[in-house]
Design a protein around this ligand. Structure first.
Ligand code: CUV
Ligand code: SF4
Length: 633
């Protein structure tokens, strides 16, 4: 029976729960996706404009008849480009606002002992202060933290100059950005400029619209996201390899199950402290539970798995299923990728859905505002709410057996040290990429590819990630992954020691020699900034630009605006990027050609679209081999 769900997901853990949902008449993402068919063709092609109240306007492409221009005269290129640019700006804003919150938390760590935040990695703090030209003489760690936090916050709105992290890119790359006028200046400014220039009656030139959009995207990758990652490492520690369990089988029948879902480690780190509070553990026991089982979901799950070995319960498409187990006592959420549907599902069980951010409230959920100025106290209140709900369980619990083991936590520091033969230590913040470069030059590794991004009903759940990853490692391409792609890979066993059985000879040898899995978990979506840095270091070491490296990116199941921002900054950083789902631009042939072809001549990277993972892998491998040839390796 449950085999019928093979066409919805390739993760067996989900089948029993989808069946349970059906029996209990609970609607899931797959039901809503079906009910949505056929989806709007104008929207699908990016040809619907609602930028002003003379609209909505839509461009008819399927027949000769029908409007070819909006009421203001905007054509398909303008409309599609404006829509795309606004999505990129929204994606950049999400990552960057996350980065800003981390900077505020660092400031709290420095100035506000009540917050409970502390600098966990002073070495990384000092090294960033030096990089930013902040004098550390006679200053204690807290003072340095305050200065670094303030400087980071200035990056959002400084009136002159460009973003500090831009200087981390290879020189050739910066030159291209200068020539194209896309050097990110100040994060908020670059995002606002997209909103302004796409207002009715402003920019109508699709290529120029893409200039502003690219700058906003770069201010995410080399700005907001990088600030998010670097300051999170300073505050909460640089990730190191941890062996963890993943998938919906991580729930425990006899413990309080608390899911932390969303994005910002400011919340999840405080929740982690709170669940270990002896008083709250005692309270759990009084309720009849054996303890408190904290598990993560989506990107915040990636963050605490990387730093603390907390189990990863599931990715974007599993959020409803987690509650449908009947075993979740509370799902605590902050921002991004939280389906509003959760409150309806939670109502069918005893589960408390707790929203915590003023930026994201959901009707039907309990709102308990997380106060970063008293982070730990605030988190304890939330955990108390979860614990006290254990006694309200209604039976009818189904925890799937399925769970996998794997190693997570490959920050650049951890990767470099592993390849260097330094076991489990991130003591020297940025060693040398020589061993990685050597392995690539010698051809033992053909190259590297990043598999990132979400889940999307347009692709069989998890299959896009898994199949692509397997095909690449079979061909000696080292895979790094973040986001929901990381969940798919660990669930499929690709982060375990045994995963070498899927590898080609070269990659298997490297993995066995330095004891790493062939698919490296590099974190959350904001941590794609780690990948930028790794590429940048590798390019500098090999005396080339990022575009010359035998490397590629892929987002086989992407869906979010954040993914569009990521894709754009990655392409503008010189990376060939494969999408499993077409962006909503295909109504404009010019824009589509620009993104998949013309852009190559400008940035060296481009988008490609291929839904079939086997074919996508072939194209990526082909690209990698071409780059090797040009490098004469
Ligand atoms: Ni930020 S953006 S669905 S959680 S990766 Fe997962 Fe990752 Fe996409 Fe969201
Ligand atoms: Fe229509 Fe132009 Fe207004 Fe868009 S901006 S809704 S195309 S009139």
């Amino acid at each position: 029976m449950s085999e019928d769900f093979k066409c919805l997901s390739c993760d067996k853990a989900n089948y029993k729960l989808i069946e349970k949902a059906k029996n209990e008449k609970i609607e899931t993402v797959w039901d809503r996706a079906e009910a949505m068919q056929p989806q709007c063709g104008f929207g699908e092609m990016g040809l619907c404009c609602t930028n002003c109240s003379m609209g909505p306007c839509r461009i008819v492409k399927v027949s000769e008849d029908g409007p070819k221009k909006g009421i203001c005269g905007a054509d398909e290129d303008t409309i599609a480009a404006r829509n795309l640019a606004r999505s990129i700006a929204a994606g950049s804003s999400a990552h960057s606002d996350h980065g800003r919150d981390i900077a505020h938390a660092l400031y709290n760590a420095a100035k506000n002992p009540e917050s409970g935040y502390k600098v966990k990695n002073p070495e990384k703090l000092i090294s960033l202060a030096k990089e930013w030209g902040i004098s550390t003489e006679n200053l204690d760690i807290k003072d340095i933290a305050a200065k670094v936090a303030e400087t980071a916050l200035q990056e959002f709105g400084k009136p002159f100059g460009h973003l500090r992290f831009v200087d981390r890119a290879p020189e050739d790359r910066i030159d291209i950005w200068k020539k194209m006028n896309v050097v990110p200046r100040a994060i908020d400014r670059d995002i606002v400029e997209v909103l302004h220039s796409t207002h009715i009656g402003c920019d109508a030139d699709y290529r120029n619209i893409m200039v502003a959009a690219t700058r906003a995207a770069l201010s995410d990758g080399w700005g907001g996201s990088m600030i998010g990652t670097e300051l999170s490492d300073i505050l909460f520690g640089v990730p190191e390899p941890h062996e963890i369990e993943a998938n919906l089988g991580v729930f425990k029948e006899d413990e309080v199950n608390l899911v932390i879902h969303g994005h910002e480690p400011t919340l999840s780190e405080a929740i982690l402290v709170a669940v270990n509070d002896p008083e709250l553990v005692e309270l759990a026991k009084k309720q009849g539970a054996e303890g408190i089982n904290l598990v993560g979901m989506c990107c915040t799950g990636n963050e605490i798995a990387m730093r603390h070995g907390i189990p990863m319960a599931g990715n974007f498409f599993q959020q409803e299923l987690a509650i449908i187990t009947g075993a979740v006592d509370a799902m605590v959420v902050d921002v991004q990728c939280i389906m509003p549907a959760l409150s309806q599902v939670a109502k069918c069980y005893h589960t408390k859905l707790i929203t915590t951010s003023p930026k994201a409230k959901i009707p039907g959920a309990i709102h308990m505002q997380f106060n970063e100025e008293e982070a730990i106290e605030s988190a304890k209140k939330i955990v108390r709410e979860a614990v006290s709900n254990f006694k309200n369980r209604r039976g009818n619990i189904l925890i799937p057996q399925e769970k996998s083991k794997g190693f997570v936590g490959y920050s650049n520091e951890a990767i470099i040290n592993a390849l260097d033969g330094v076991a489990n230590s991130v003591a020297h913040p940025m060693g040398t990429v020589k061993p990685l470069a050597d392995a690539i030059k010698s051809g033992v590794l053909r190259g590297a590819a990043a598999i990132v991004g979400c889940n999307n009903h347009k692709v069989l759940h998890d299959k896009g990630h898994e199949e692509l990853a397997k095909e690449l490692i079979k061909n000696d391409v080292l895979v790094v992954t973040t986001g929901c792609g990381a969940y798919a890979c660990i669930k499929e066993g690709l982060m375990s020691k045994e995963a070498t059985k899927f590898c080609g000879k070269g990659l298997a040898t490297v993995c066995e020699l330095v004891k790493i899995p062939p698919v490296l978990h590099m974190g959350s979506c904001v941590d794609i900034s780690r990948i930028l840095l790794l590429l940048s270091e590798l390019a500098k070491f090999m005396n080339v630009d990022i575009k010359d490296l035998p490397a590629a990116g892929a987002a086989p199941e992407w869906m979010s605006e954040k993914a569009l921002s990521i894709g754009t900054y990655v392409v503008a950083s010189g990376v060939y990027t494969m999408l499993g789902v077409a962006p909503q631009v295909t109504g404009s042939e010019n824009l589509t050609r620009f993104l998949t072809d013309d852009i190559k001549d400008i940035y060296g990277g481009c988008f490609d679209i291929e839904a079939n993972p086997q074919k996508a892998a072939e194209k990526i491998i082909d690209h990698i081999e071409k780059k090797r040839k040009s490098l004469n390796i």
